[in-house]
Write a protein that binds this ligand. Sequence first.
Ligand SMILES: [Zn+2]
Length: 334
Amino acid sequence: MNFRQLPKIDLHLHLDGAIRVPTIAELGDQLGIRLPTYDPRQLAKFVQVDRDCRSLTDFLKRFEVFYPILPYAITQERIAYELCEDCARDNVIYFETRFAPALAANDKFTMEDAVVAALEGLRRGRRDFGIKCGLILCCYRSISTQQNLDTVHLAQKYRQQGVIGIDLAGDELHYPAAPHAEAFALARRLELPITIHAGEGERAENIQEAVFDHGAARIGHGVALQRDNELLKQVRDRGTVFEICLTSNLQTCSVPALAAHPFRKFLDEKVRVTLNTDDPAISNITLTDEYELAAHEFKLTPAQIRELLENAARAAFAENSTREQLIAQVRRTA
Ligand SMILES: [Zn+2]
């Protein structure tokens, strides 16, 4: 099977984790921001992780190198635009990218500035590369309740321009989701679709909370679901979708080895799973790589590959007409 040619869909893809290394070097130089080096090949060693990365902390440290270049319109717009190009080249027909406006803002550059710039990059990217995409705004576990409420209001304000949903990201070990219940209650009232990073580590109860308390239709990662069979049955019957990111889970040590990943178990138990990249630039992967990896490691049949593609199409936060088109396209060509 030619995985590159498959019409793929990426539902879990961080905008800042998708930034090209040469773009970091160029923007750092242009904006006068100090980087360890401006040579893209050298910089890659500071920004990217390989298979021997050994912790989530190690993984997240890579982002710190280039965080200072984020709160600029030129950066947000360019990385969104280049992401469209990179996805189109990998035959991704639709993607949903996400970022936390609160983490891309500062005194001179507001959360709204960041959203507007990213949407402009996506708009140009759609036009130039003929790709479909949407933007998910991330609330963040370690910031204030008010900032997360502001994030949901921003999502609503820019809904006609391409914002399609709300996420909750950040450190789930040290920061519970409960203090941000109000933000998710607001999202539900506004009928904004919700996905939540939960159970990336060991806490199955975070998945339960995300689905049943906060109304998440999709779960980012959800590796910990393997620890609670009762919950597995409940979320399966409810149709909750799991955004699985295999390489990312390996690199952050969510699982000790690919063979220990519950992906196969979830698939066999008919949980609705999808394959995604998470942070393709940091992990130095494409979605094609993830499909190849899964197919090889878990001995997937062509029917199971089609099931994964169709799960992703069905779970898109896009409007109904787009979703129907994606389903049809996957069925026609996969
Ligand atoms: Zn993520």
